[in-house]
Design a protein around this ligand. Structure first.
Ligand SMILES: *Cc1c(COP(=O)(O)O)cnc(C)c1O
Length: 365
């Protein structure tokens, strides 16, 4: 019997009737791009995150790109990004012609280290992108305080952190702009690609709406060079259905994470922790092991699927090689690369399977 890392089919079967009805109604409406389903999804999604405006897009990467364009990030500017994140965070900086400047993560939370961020600020720094990695909110209070002091915009990369909270506030409305992804495996996943930028600033929201749809406030009246980053109507309709279940799924993730924690904590292994004052939504459940690759093989031998997030920090990846970083510069990010292992965790995962995974981890140590 295998334990799958992720099983999106189980979730679809549980909500099949609602999803199928929403898809068919959308097909019958003959509105295939943006439209009322996407408008309604934008409103319902940002309401859950206490933010005023939501701009739905084709992907989380598109949201990051347009967030920076709306803020005026361009050639000659620098944007500070943690070295330990998915490549999209830094790639979007390059799409604007700006330079990603890497900083290290905190060794405990694995999110942007405020001191490392502050040390990388130069007169060219225009923005910083704290990433709520694995579903744990970055330490936003000190990050926002440092950014404000230097006149730097904070863009939250909340691609992994739907419904996460920082000191009681939902993520997504704490920085100037926040970016969510609805890639199928994310905590709120479309059945295809999807993303959204959220902001309380009406002017930035207006700019991102124009940038998303060819710069058109009126049809064929193009106010600027812009993009086709629109969300499909079917994805909007599916995401509206799934949003109604998100709180329940998030609680299910948290309960499964706490079962793993109680079964693994005694092992002396470092296990994913919720930092004080934060609501971790466990997009990924991590453990850290010096002999990670051997442990991964040991689990694979027993039919337990695992994954790595992420094996090589961005400062050591080819797309950013021209920036001249060296191994050893960001020890906490590099340690995550070498020691982090993602265990199976999704809302439908059974308790018996979690016990089996934990027993296999314990048998290894
Ligand atoms: C998934 C992800 C993105 C990109 O989102 P897409 O919808 O896949 O374009 C950006 N940042 C992080 C941290 C992610 O996990």
């Amino acid at each position: 019997m295998t334990v799958k890392f992720l099983d999106l089919g189980q979730q679809y079967r549980a909500i099949k009737e609602e999803v199928d009805a929403a898809v068919i109604a959308t097909l019958e409406s003959s509105i295939f791009v943006l439209g009322p389903e996407v408008d309604a999804f934008e409103r319902e999604f940002v309401a859950k995150h206490d933010v005023a405006h939501g701009i739905a897009m084709h992907s989380g990467t598109a949201a990051l790109h347009l967030a920076m364009l709306a803020l005026g990030v361009g050639p000659g500017d620098e944007v500070i990004v943690p070295a330990m994140t998915f490549t999209a965070t830094a790639a979007a900086v390059c799409y604007c012609g700006a330079t990603p400047v890497f900083a290290d993560v905190d060794p405990k939370s694995h999110t942007l280290d405020p001191a490392s961020f502050e040390a990388r600020i130069t007169p060219k720094t225009k923005a910083v992108i704290p990433v709520h990695l694995y579903g744990q909110p970055a330490d936003l209070d000190p990050i926002v305080a440092i950014a404000d002091r230097h006149g730097i915009a904070v863009i939250e990369d909340a691609a992994q952190a739907h419904l996460a909270r920082y000191n009681g506030r939902p993520v997504g409305g704490i920085g100037r702009i926040s970016c969510f992804s609805f890639y199928p495996g994310k905590n709120l996943g479309a059945y295809g690609e999807g993303g959204l930028a959220a902001t309380d600033d009406a002017e930035l929201a207006h700019k991102m709406r124009l940038l998303r749809d060819w710069g058109q406030a009126r049809k064929y009246d193009h106010e600027m060079l812009a993009y086709n980053y629109r969300m499909d109507s079917i994805q909007g309709a599916i995401l509206r259905v799934k949003l109604r279940h998100l709180e329940g799924w998030t609680e299910a993730r948290r309960q499964r994470a706490s079962l793993y924690q109680s079964l693994l904590q005694a092992e002396g292994a470092e296990v994913a922790q919720e930092m004080p004052g934060r609501r971790h939504v466990y997009h990924i459940f991590s453990i850290f092991y010096p002999e990670r690759d051997r442990l991964r093989q040991h689990l694979a031998d027993q039919g337990i699927e695992t994954s790595l997030h992420y094996p090589v920090p961005l400062h050591l990846q080819k797309p950013y090689a021209h920036l001249g970083y060296r191994e050893g510069e960001f020890p906490a990010s590099e340690r995550v690369g070498k020691e982090q292992l993602s265990l199976p965790l999704y809302p439908e995962l059974g308790e018996a399977e979690i016990e089996r995974v934990a027993a296999a981890v314990r048998a290894f140590s």
